[in-house]
Design a protein around this ligand. Structure first.
Ligand SMILES: *[C@@H]1O[C@H](CO)[C@@H](O)[C@H](O)[C@H]1NC(C)=O
Ligand SMILES: *[C@@H]1O[C@H](CO)[C@@H](O)[C@H](O)[C@H]1NC(C)=O
Ligand SMILES: *[C@@H]1O[C@H](CO)[C@@H](O)[C@H](O)[C@H]1NC(C)=O
Ligand SMILES: *[C@@H]1O[C@H](CO)[C@@H](O)[C@H](O)[C@H]1NC(C)=O
Ligand SMILES: *[C@@H]1O[C@H](CO)[C@@H](O)[C@H](O)[C@H]1NC(C)=O
Ligand SMILES: [Zn+2]
Length: 498
């Protein structure tokens, strides 16, 4: 037998073996891709054209990132990446894209940092400087005697370093977060300090109204037309010495919402989840329950449900309030629990996930630890419980460093009911939903995941909101209209690659 025949024979054998190999490999890849969030959507011709543009931008950023990992924005700390993200073409498309709804954010962290900082230029704002976090408060008559209150405008005039100092105390953003916040507890301490500082700034009734109006306006400008947000209902005061109780504070929200919808008729509304601090005893918890009942009776269409907030690692777990929570459940309360916002596997806070699911939570806030609980994962999928992922929050609060390591990648690859939300965008310099959506799209999906992913995220946001009946239909209708406008806009303005 000549060598050439031998080689031919060998190839015939090997080539068919390798063909099998490649087709098996292909089949697995196809199967995997078909399981991802959004993969089952079929794009229209117009959507395909937009997808091509979007993907040319995405792949360019990824390819550049592979060559120069130090340039890859999706993997960087947000404080470093922010400016670059704002120049990204993927980001500009995400900003235009109608994102359906914002389902996880908090009362005093809803607006852009710029807006918050601007509020410190209002008349009659005073600051109390002591060893702890600054406190801010408006006094129109005379200041109260519990601190040596100083007029902010006067301090700005007298002390050139005061303004810089104040600016820094209203944000977690720093040049080097790894030095500023060595552990989760350090960053949470700074985080809670900001909440204390802004309480008296935002809790001034005239500010409270405008602030919430601005929150909806910024969402609207980010192409988000429906909001479900959480709040602790802090004390609100006015210049006449009136203190608004929780019920009245909800009233302020409600009136502001009505005003906003008059001004922006295509905004689809907002609902509120009462979410007070989890680090309390049974007596305080019982008061929460009474407040919640009263709110629900007074504003049945505005109050969506109940949750508890604060650092899970240090607060009371859900299991320490089980008896009362079960009564609430029996009474028809809808829960939207924060759960699994922790890296401590098998420790007390880690079991909040299980309790949340057993208590029938409608959605899970964060669910960062979910993938470590295979049985809870099954329940989440089976019961169709949405997981509200907040990528930038999780990074800033030190659960994960590089967003490509975010565990929600696993949920996205398996089409779990995921929504992407901003948590407290004010305090890390984000605005609306687009920054978190950008990080999710660039760092937490596979290279080939495309417009279908983003479209499904938007539909998930509407689908897992508490809207029902006519309202849900209207939200969808508005979104479909906006989707069509979005496609048109991209085709006109980004269609430079032909
Ligand atoms: C903050 O104030 C500056 C200066 O007045 C203004 O240009 C800017 O638009 C304001 N930003 C927000 C978000 O209100
Ligand atoms: C000016 O403000 C800075 C920052 O708040 C403070 O550290 C410093 O003591 C102040 N200086 C004076 C003279 O009060
Ligand atoms: C509330 O009471 C229950 C039952 O007495 C107890 O197990 C639980 O630890 C208490 N919760 C808190 C936060 O103290
Ligand atoms: C349960 O709901 C009823 C009817 O709204 C209310 O009267 C009662 O106070 C609630 N009980 C608790 C424990 O919340
Ligand atoms: C909305 O959720 C339901 C299940 O709750 C599901 O059957 C439906 O396909 C979802 N719709 C979209 C557009 O995702
Ligand atoms: Zn949250």
């Amino acid at each position: 037998m000549s060598t050439s025949v031998k080689i031919l024979g060998f190839c015939a054998f090997l080539c068919s073996v390798s063909a099998d190999y490649w087709s098996e490999r292909d089949a697995i890849l196809k199967k995997e891709a078909s399981r991802a969030l959004g993969a089952h959507l079929r794009l229209s011709d117009r959507e395909e054209k937009v997808n091509k543009i979007l993907m040319s931008y995405k792949l360019k950023e990824l390819d550049d990132g592979m060559l120069h990992p130090e340039n890859f924005l999706g993997g960087q700390h947000f404080f470093k990446a922010k400016k670059g993200i704002e120049r990204s073409k993927v980001f500009s498309i995400i900003q235009k894209l109608p994102k359906g709804a914002s389902l996880h954010s908090h009362d005093t962290g809803l607006v852009s940092y710029e807006y918050l900082y601007n509020l410190t230029y209002m008349d009659n704002l005073y600051v109390c400087i002591n060893s702890g976090p600054y406190r801010l408060h408006f006094f129109t008559d005379k200041v109260n005697g519990d601190c040596e209150w100083q007029l902010v405008s006067a301090l700005r005039r007298l002390n050139s370093s005061f303004d810089d100092d104040l600016k820094k105390r209203l944000t977690l953003a720093v040049d080097n977060p790894y030095v500023a916040y060595p552990t989760t507890n350090d960053v949470w301490k700074a985080f809670e300090g900001i909440f204390m500082a802004v309480a008296g700034l935002l809790g001034y009734a005239p500010v409270w109204r405008e602030y919430f109006y601005e929150a909806m306006k910024e969402l609207y400008e980010d192409n988000v037309k429906y909001l479900e947000f959480r709040g602790i209902l802090p004390e609100v005061y006015d210049g006449n010495g009136k203190i608004y109780n929780q019920y009245e504070v909800v009233g302020l929200y409600y009136d502001t919402l009505k005003k906003f919808v008059l001004d922006y008729p295509d905004f689809q509304g907002a609902k509120f989840i009462y979410a007070p601090n989890r680090k309390v005893d049974n007596k305080t918890f019982h008061e929460y329950l009474e407040i919640f009942e009263k709110l629900k009776r007074g504003y049945p269409n505005f109050i969506a449900g109940f949750d508890l907030v604060g650092q899970e690692d240090l607060g009371s777990p859900l299991s320490s309030f089980i008896d009362e929570l079960l009564i609430m459940k029996q009474n028809g309360t809808e829960f939207f629990f924060h759960a699994g916002e922790t890296n401590w596997q098998g420790e007390t806070p880690d079991f909040n996930l299980l309790d949340a699911v057993l208590l029938g939570t409608k959605r899970i806030g964060h669910g960062f630890a979910l993938i470590k609980h295979p049985e809870v994962m099954k329940l989440v999928k089976h019961k169709d419980i949405a997981v509200e992922i907040c990528p930038i929050s999780n990074q800033v609060l030190k659960l994960v460093d590089d967003a490509r390591n975010h565990p929600a990648s696993v949920l996205i690859a398996n089409d779990y009911p995921v929504v992407i939300a901003p948590d407290d965008p004010t305090f890390w310099g984000a605005r609306g939903l687009s920054y978190d959506w950008y990080v999710a799209f660039m760092a937490m999906t596979s290279r080939g995941d495309d417009l279908r992913f983003l479209k499904q995220l938007a539909m998930n946001a509407i689908n897992y909101s508490t809207t029902t009946g006519n309202q849900r239909e209207e939200v969808y209708e508005q979104w479909e209209k906006d989707w069509s406008t979005f496609l048109e806009d991209v085709l006109i303005n980004d269609n430079v690659i032909g």
